[in-house]
Ligand binder design. Structure first.
Ligand SMILES: C[S@@+](CC[C@H](N)C(=O)[O-])C[C@H]1O[C@@H](n2cnc3c(N)ncnc32)[C@H](O)[C@@H]1O
Length: 383
């Protein structure tokens, strides 16, 4: 009786939920653990925490500067010159900053989308988005539509996924005596712990797709990530899109860099109070967990699903192509504001900040128009 009492007091609700699940189902794959800790509808990090901004855990490019969204809106304008009534789909709306900057800019230039659809699983973030849209763009509020699952009929337009794929629950694998092992999570005595079991066909099939016949020799005990959820998203995008362009923007690598021998602990990173750590079993439900995006994997899946891969660029090259410097120069700032905006611009553009570590994969389907975002500096051959 006493031990049960202590156990309930010491463990948070999300930990109790995980313990019950492990008791019932046995050890759970790392991806299930990540899915629950981030997205459980009552206790998950994305439904309970203050995530974005100075008072939250981290800041993304659209929160840093409105120039980020405004630049991307230029591609929407380019696509709209061929066809009216296009839409925008944002995968993972965050605090709503990206939508606000794109919609304000497009409204000024008289090129609004038919609808701005937000794929959002977090009820808390949806509330936050509604609040910011009512405050910042009340006259455009009726253009916003929220969806919880990606299942749209005949979408035509621009899809943007900024820092969406890195929080997709990933699997972790290890090489042991020339075999693959897959990571599971157990609860033993009083702690969550790692358990390495035999891997499975889905994990190995996804690795094959990511490597696409490239020979990569991984040494014993090498650990990394492979995301088996990517394929569901790419196939849902294929089913939803009649014609359009997709921007996948995230920190990540091609497969060679991803599985480089020196990266032998993988790419998983956790963030709590603007500090990173590498222990997903710490601060359960109170920290972000993400893994770097494998752009070769996404691109190989896209090719199998009726998409054309149009570009692979650094964030900095992508934004320069989209005219970010002109947008900055043409704004009417006072001297002080101009300096503040310049510093924000540097944060999203320069190589030592977000400009190089963030990459952009650009996919298209049934689009003949030449894209602005890929006009120069394209490194597509690196995928
Ligand atoms: C790291 S945030 C990025 C937010 C925003 N794009 C930005 O750049 O500021 C990830 C976003 O994706 C949403 N998200 C993650 N997985 C999702 C899923 N499976 N379905 C819908 N939304 C999801 C989160 O709730 C959150 O809004």
């Amino acid at each position: 009786m006493y031990t049960v009492f202590v156990y309930i007091i010491m463990k948070s609700e999300i930990e109790q939920f995980l313990i019950e699940k492990i008791k019932k189902d046995g050890v759970i794959p790392f991806s299930s653990f990540m899915n629950i800790t981030l997205f459980h509808e009552n206790y998950g990090y994305y439904n309970t925490s203050n995530i974005f901004g100075d008072k939250g855990d981290f800041i993304t490019s659209p929160i840093t500067s409105s120039l980020f969204g405004e630049s991307m809106a230029n591609e929407f304008i380019n696509l709209s010159s061929n066809k009216n009534n296009l839409n925008i789909l944002e995968m993972g709306g965050g605090d709503g900053s990206l939508a606000v900057s794109m919609m304000k800019y497009l409204s000024k230039l008289n090129c609004l989308p038919n609808t701005y659809i937000i794929l959002e699983s977090s009820a808390k973030l949806k509330e936050q988005q509604i609040k910011i849209f009512k405050k910042e763009v009340p006259e455009l509020f009726n253009l916003f539509v929220w969806i919880k699952d990606l299942n749209i009929d005949n979408f035509e337009g621009l899809v943007v996924a900024n820092e969406f794929f890195d929080v997709n629950p990933t699997e972790r694998f290890k090489i042991k005596n020339n075999n693959f092992e897959k990571l599971f999570i157990n609860f033993n005595d009083d702690d969550f712990e790692y358990v390495w079991n035999e891997s499975d066909d889905i994990l190995e099939k996804n690795l094959d797709i990511a490597l696409n016949k490239k020979e990569i020799k991984l040494p014993d005990n090498y650990m990394s990530e492979i995301n088996t959820v990517y394929s569901d998203w790419i196939s849902k995008l294929d089913k939803s899109i009649k014609s359009g362009v997709i921007f996948v923007i995230d920190y990540g690598y091609n497969s060679e860099e991803y599985f480089a021998s020196e990266r032998s602990d993988g790419t998983l990173v956790c963030i709590h109070n603007h500090q990173s750590n590498f222990n997903p079993l710490a601060n359960i439900g109170k920290q972000d967990i993400s893994s770097f995006v494998n752009f070769s994997h996404l691109s190989n899946l896209a090719i199998k699903n009726n998409f054309l891969v149009d570009g692979y660029l650094s964030q900095s090259s992508f934004l320069l192509n989209l005219g970010i410097l002109d947008i900055y120069e043409n704004k009417e700032y006072d001297v002080n504001q101009k300096l503040i905006e310049l510093n924000k611009l540097k944060n999203i553009l320069l190589p030592n900040t977000m400009g190089e570590i963030f990459k952009v994969l650009i996919l298209k389907k049934n689009i003949t128009k030449k894209l602005v975002s890929t006009k120069e500096f394209n490194k597509i051959e690196k995928l």
